[in-house]
Design a binder for this molecule. Structure first.
Ligand code: HEC
Ligand code: HEC
Length: 295
């Protein structure tokens, strides 16, 4: 009798110690959704196990492994996220975080994480607690999701898409404001004339990447599509998604309704074509030699 009382008491003390170490005693409303304390606590232990070395105990992106990383790990207290599929600055859905965490961000220290679905959901809820201003409260609304427009080209007309994308990239959308040019000044002037557009191709940095200030406290260089890995890109469709929404806080705007839907797809096929050109050294050298004459 006495022994069992001690055991029960011991168990109680042990349990309260464990609970003491966990940061959450109550659930929270995050992004308009009730999240239980148990989920947040599982998220916390998952974070400590997998994420803390880069994102840090206080979520500021300053963990012990963060030193010297470029891009640096995200400061999760800012509540700004670059790669969800929602318009610039709007709140990501859980499926966005799941995609980012499961696929990782190519060319950065943010790898793919193979954790159970339960832990994945828990860690997603937990990281939101670092940015209460963004997530907490009943009035928070998640971002708009655009329907993916139909691909008007498909494999059969890919070459037509690439030709169109080349012109939209250099003339209609002038992506060269930040990204580099991949056509000679003469070619671009020819296309501009065709379209009745006025494009300045004289800038000294026309063939260079223009670094952007962004909102993350470090300069962000737009990628060279023939050279750099693209963070959130896996196929043409994911390029269209990225173009529709932009990259929040980096300067890269969203293009939905700025260019027509078929132009979005044309741009995406063109970006993919540039990636493929970059993957083939002979092809890349050929392109760079041609541009060299125009620089
Ligand atoms: C080895 C370092 C490292 C580890 C470990 C790590 N991350 Fe990251 N994480 C990064 C870097 C670097 C970035 C920024 C990439 C960029 O800006 O292109 C990032 C970005 C993010 C983002 C922002 C995504 C966006 O759209 O802006 C989230 C969310 C995130 N990480 C969550 C996690 C979670 C959850 C874990 C643990 C399961 C984790 N990270 C583990 C390095 C790391
Ligand atoms: C105002 C500057 C700016 C303009 C204009 C701009 N971009 Fe970007 N873009 C950026 C920056 C900066 C990044 C890098 C974002 C990062 O990784 O933080 C980027 C990244 C990208 C990416 C890679 C996304 C990823 O997942 O890594 C693609 C694709 C892209 N831009 C395509 C385009 C296209 C096509 C256009 C024209 C329709 C365009 N951009 C116009 C600044 C710009």
């Amino acid at each position: 009798m006495k022994l069992s009382l001690i055991l029960v008491l011991g168990l109680f003390l042990f349990a309260s110690c464990v609970v003491e170490k966990q940061p959450f005693r109550e659930g929270k409303i995050l992004g308009g959704k009730q999240v239980s304390a148990a989920t947040l606590n599982l998220g916390y232990t998952t974070y400590v196990e997998y994420c803390i070395q880069c994102h840090g105990m206080d979520g500021k992106g300053n963990g012990p492994s963060a030193k010297g990383l470029l891009p640096p790990p995200r400061n999760l207290t800012q509540g700004l996220y670059k790669f969800p599929w929602v318009p610039y600055g709007e709140l990501p859905h859980d499926e966005d975080f799941a995609r980012i965490i499961r696929h990782g961000l190519n060319g950065s220290a943010m790898l793919k994480w193979d954790i159970s679905d339960e832990r994945l959901d828990a860690v997603i809820q937990y990281i939101k607690t670092y940015a209460p201003q963004t997530w907490e409260g009943k009035d928070k609304v998640l971002g708009t999701k655009f329907e993916l427009p139909k691909d008007p080209f498909g494999d059969t007309y890919e070459h037509i898409a690439i030709e169109k994308g080349r012109k939209v990239y250099h003339v209609t959308a002038a992506c060269t404001q930040c990204h580099r040019a991949y056509a000679t000044r003469e070619e671009v002037q020819g296309w501009a004339k065709e379209a009745g557009a006025d494009i300045d191709t004289t800038a000294a940095d026309y063939f260079q990447l223009k670094s952007q200030d962004g909102e993350y406290n470090y300069k962000i260089l737009p990628p060279d599509f023939t050279y750099h890995p693209l963070r959130s890109i896996t196929d043409v469709q994911s390029i269209v998604q990225r173009l529709m929404y932009g990259v929040t806080g980096s300067g890269m705007p969203g293009w939905k309704d700025v260019v027509a839907d078929d132009e979005l797809w044309a741009l995406a096929y063109y970006v993919k074509h540039l990636q493929e050109t970059g993957a083939n050294l002979t092809e890349r050298n050929k392109l760079m030699d041609k541009l060299g004459g125009s620089q």
